[in-house]
Design a protein around this ligand. Structure first.
Ligand code: FDA
Length: 311
């Protein structure tokens, strides 16, 4: 792993940094590149602008993870229920994506499951999907267990799988068989070599192999839905080419990219008529998430350094 990436990922898990760094003006200025603002309203305004100006649909997520009080997890659920109402009121084409450790997975898995069921039912009433993010490797098993249980009742729920994990091929097959939905990403956490490929070249190869399975005939026949969460233009291009040569229609899969990253790629995908969503994050608990974004491209650290000296 690149040494800068390693330091940034370690910082993302540092408690002092998490609690104090968000107050530092340098980070507050720099993070604006990746999120339109801390309030739900900022995210809704950004979603509205993307839809009106560029015809791009969106996904919203409120930053936060590993909550330690169940009352907090209950409040997050209420927040998302309110957000779903505001999305409908503003007639946005916007989905919601949640982190299970923000909904109480660590403290009370049964109540966490009830929260996800509630949010899935609310999303279904508005004709929308609900997405579940994937966190560190120790959460993969409980996340997928919960996912399959909720999927059995609500077909509008999808889950993120990480291509860097050795186990993902098996997990993907199970979701294809259940006719679920997967957003495939490379994986954003610092994971040991016992569970994840340490080299980027292997992660990229894994991503492409999994992507091919996701748009294969077996997956399509079972009603499985494929979403590719990546900014990697080589991979995006390879997926499009593979789909073309194997006769998979463009609307059989979608892409998802993060707000503020590879803007020209986002605009090109939209112009070419591919299914595309931009994931917009908001909330005041952004430090670990922001460190993971910097780690994905260590050159981003120069951007922070430049911001430090900007007026
Ligand atoms: P890669 O890191 O190889 O980047 C390819 C190119 O994209 C880079 O060369 C650079 O040009 C550009 N790029 C990528 N990241 C950038 C950045 N931060 N700043 C500037 N340029 C950048 N992870 C996870 O573990 N659980 C999850 O639930 C999710 N959810 C999720 C949803 C969506 C919609 C996306 C797009 C991503 C996630 N991720 C995630 C994050 C994912 O695991 C991964 O860390 C990032 O997407 C970066 O990997 P890429 O596939 O973009 O490739």
């Amino acid at each position: 792993m690149h040494p800068v990436r390693s330091v940034l990922l370690a910082a993302s898990e540092n408690r002092w940094m998490r609690e104090n760094a968000t107050r530092l003006p340098v980070f507050r200025r720099a993070v604006k590149r990746f999120m339109p603002g801390e309030r739900l309203e900022d995210a809704l305004d950004a979603a509205d602008a993307l839809r009106r100006q560029e015809g791009i649909a969106t996904i919203l997520t409120r930053l936060g993870e590993g909550v330690t009080q169940m009352t907090e997890a209950d409040a997050v659920t209420e927040h998302y229920l309110d957000a779903a109402g505001q999305i409908e009121q503003r007639q946005l084409d916007t989905q919601i994506s949640v982190k299970l450790t923000q909904l109480g997975l660590d403290m009370d898995p049964a109540r966490c499951r009830a929260h996800v069921r509630h949010l899935a039912a609310r999303a279904a009433a508005g004709g929308a999907m609900l997405w579940i993010d994937m966190e560190q490797h120790q959460y993969v098993h409980p996340t997928l267990e919960l996912y399959h249980a909720v999927l059995a009742e609500h077909r509008n729920v999808g889950v993120c799988l990480q291509a860097y994990l050795y186990r993902t091929e098996k997990d993907l097959q199970a979701i294809i068989e259940a006719g679920g939905a997967v957003r495939l990403v490379k994986g954003a956490y610092k994971e040991p070599a016992s569970v994840a490929w340490p080299k980027k070249v292997d992660v990229d190869a894994s991503y492409l192999a999994l992507a091919k399975t996701m748009i294969g005939t077996d997956a399509g026949a079972r009603g499985f839905r494929a979403v590719f969460g990546t900014h990697d233009v080589t991979i995006i291009d390879a997926i499009q080419q593979h789909a073309k040569t194997t006769g998979v229609a463009n609307d059989a899969y979608e892409f998802a990219l993060l707000y503020g990253i590879q803007r020209s790629v986002q605009q090109q995908l939209a112009r070419d008529g591919y299914g595309l969503r931009v994931l917009i994050s908001y909330g005041d608990y952004w430090f670990p998430w922001y460190m993971r974004r910097l780690a994905e491209r260590p050159a981003n650290v120069w951007f922070v350094a430049r911001t430090m000296f900007a007026k």
